[in-house]
Design a protein around this ligand. Structure first.
Ligand SMILES: [Zn+2]
Length: 167
């Protein structure tokens, strides 16, 4: 049995809040892990603005990978919401994860389902398009962890991405 995944309670609450705010659309974002176990949650924009699918805009994706790598971190979790279906990766999600699979372990996929009340939050490991569920444990917030909202401005071909702290 795979190890359970522990995420701060504050982050789990934040992902549920983000999911609710973006109704009727799916929301999406990323959690990165840095040295000494510091975590950072990034609320991203759903470029699809859709109830059925999500994608992180290329400018934000590029920003995320660049800034996280520069800081010596790694993407730990990619999260998104399902507004009407269960918190399990859809066939579209599975295809997407297969496309993104690299030599390293692809990050965990976390899904928030608003189809249930209270919302359900489940975490998955994707491998070759197959999803295996892991146990999600709510834990404490590691020191110096933070949460930010990403926003994109500027021209489409030269997007400027900024982050604002969520307090
Ligand atoms: Zn999905």
């Amino acid at each position: 049995m795979a190890e359970p995944v522990t995420l701060p309670r504050e982050f789990i609450d934040q992902m549920v809040a983000h999911s609710r705010e973006d109704v009727p659309n799916e929301c999406c974002g990323v959690i990165a892990r840095f040295a000494e176990g510091r975590l950072k949650l990034y609320r991203a924009t759903n470029a699809e603005a859709s109830s059925y699918r999500f994608s992180i805009p290329p400018g934000e994706l590029h920003y995320l990978y660049r800034t996280i790598e520069e800081d010596g971190g790694e993407v730990l979790v990619v999260y998104h919401s399902h507004t009407m279906s269960e918190a399990r990766p859809s066939p579209t999600d599975a295809n997407f994860s297969r496309m993104l699979e690299g030599p390293d372990d692809w990050p965990y996929w976390l899904l928030v389902s608003l189809a249930e009340d209270p919302p359900s939050v489940r975490i998955w490991q994707m491998s070759d398009g197959e999803a295996s569920e892991l146990e999600l444990v709510a834990g404490d917030l590691p020191a110096d962890s933070s949460m930010v909202q990403l926003a994109t401005s500027g021209e489409e071909r030269k997007p400027v991405v900024s982050e604002t702290a969520i307090t």
